[in-house]
Ligand binder design. Structure first.
Ligand SMILES: [Zn+2]
Ligand SMILES: [Zn+2]
Length: 359
């Protein structure tokens, strides 16, 4: 494996200069035919389960050649789904081992709406969900030194991996171990996908917060309210959820907050919705004014009645999805209502910082 990677790194760019097209070229034949074979043999990949494929580009040489390992049940193409890939830098200073994603679905779905930020979001979600060690896979991002659309997509879509610089290419044993370990992470991802196809799974990841929040709101309906003393509270535990490690939210504290607000919308008490079948009260939802995801920045719990507001579903959707101007009006109003309560719970946050949190 080591000598194969080494050969590509040292010879590739030379071929690109001297041969206009990769067809009928000794190095490209070696890369396309022999390198996948070497990988399969050295890591003893079951070819019924995995497809290994290399690419030097279609027609013209690509700036960043690659060798991919596809779990056939997830995908057999670098266009879609998730896969493991060795991605070579354009300047051939080294090669990355990367757990990556095909980007065609996101590219089409979010055309003209910054699809790359969505690829990054999917990668970020998966980083949180998957259980792997940063000691094994320290490359939190990758730099291919290439700025083609394809390269930018690979960089945005990178989930986790490792970089091998040419001058420090590890021996075969380490390369094989790394690949075996990454295959385990890949299999974890597959388990999370469950029965969803890859497009469905991407939609699911991008909507996780809302799916999770819907569940939280129905839990609030059912539980009895807590009785939290109006003093600073210790930071809650983190728990492993299907979305990765998250700060624990307690539905009974949220219930306490909506009860204190008399089941009315704190933006406007005239926002009457409907009578909840569970509580027999006007239906409202609980929203953490300072998002729980920011808990690490605070030394007191954000999961306290002072930080939880009661909102009608319309105002709740607005505070998450409205345009900047409308969002800020809502935040400003709630902030002025809760400024003192936040201080009582030991939470001090300037309004400007809160605006930033909602960007
Ligand atoms: Zn909310
Ligand atoms: Zn409202």
């Amino acid at each position: 494996m080591k000598s194969a990677l080494e050969r590509i790194i040292t010879e590739y760019n030379n071929q690109v200069i001297h041969f206009f097209r990769p067809t009928e070229n000794e190095l490209s034949r070696y890369f396309l035919n022999d390198v996948p074979e070497i990988l399969i043999n050295q890591v003893q990949l079951d070819e019924r389960k995995y497809k290994v494929q290399a690419s030097v580009g279609q027609g013209n040489w690509t700036e960043t050649p690659w060798v991919s390992i596809f779990d056939r049940e997830i995908t057999e193409s670098a266009m879609k789904g998730f896969y493991i890939v060795y991605l070579f830098r354009k300047d051939m200073k080294g090669v990355y081992l990367s757990l990556n994603q095909g980007t065609t679905y996101i590219k089409n779905k979010y055309k003209g709406r910054k699809p790359r930020t969505k690829m990054e979001e999917v990668a970020l979600k998966l980083k949180a969900i998957l259980d792997f060690s940063l000691d094994d896979f320290p490359a939190t991002s990758i730099d291919l030194a290439s700025y083609t659309d394809n390269s930018k997509n690979y960089m945005a879509a990178h989930i986790c991996g490792k970089y091998y610089p040419l001058e420090r290419l590890p021996e075969n044993e380490e390369l094989q171990n790394d690949l075996r370990k990454l295959i385990k992470v890949y299999q974890q991802l597959k388990a999370f996908m469950g029965l969803k196809n890859t497009d469905h799974f991407i939609d699911y990841l991008l909507n996780l917060e809302e799916i999770e929040d819907t569940q939280f709101q129905s839990d609030i309906q059912l539980v009895a309210p807590a009785d939290t003393p109006r003093v600073p509270q210790t930071v809650p535990q983190k728990e492993r959820t299907s979305e990765g490690m998250k700060w624990k939210r307690d539905a009974s504290i949220a219930k306490e907050a909506v009860q204190a607000a008399n089941y009315l919308c704190e933006i406007d008490p005239y926002h009457i919705t409907f009578v909840s079948a569970v509580t027999g009260k006007n239906f409202v939802e609980a929203h953490h004014l300072i998002p729980m995801s920011l808990q690490s920045n605070f030394c007191r719990s954000l999961d306290v009645p002072g930080n939880i507001v009661s909102l009608c579903p319309n105002c709740h959707r607005s505070i998450h999805h409205a345009n900047k101007a409308e969002k800020y009006l809502l935040i400003k109003k709630l902030y002025s209502l809760r400024k003192q309560a936040l201080i009582d719970f030991g939470i001090d946050v300037p309004l400007e910082d809160l605006f930033v949190a909602y960007k």
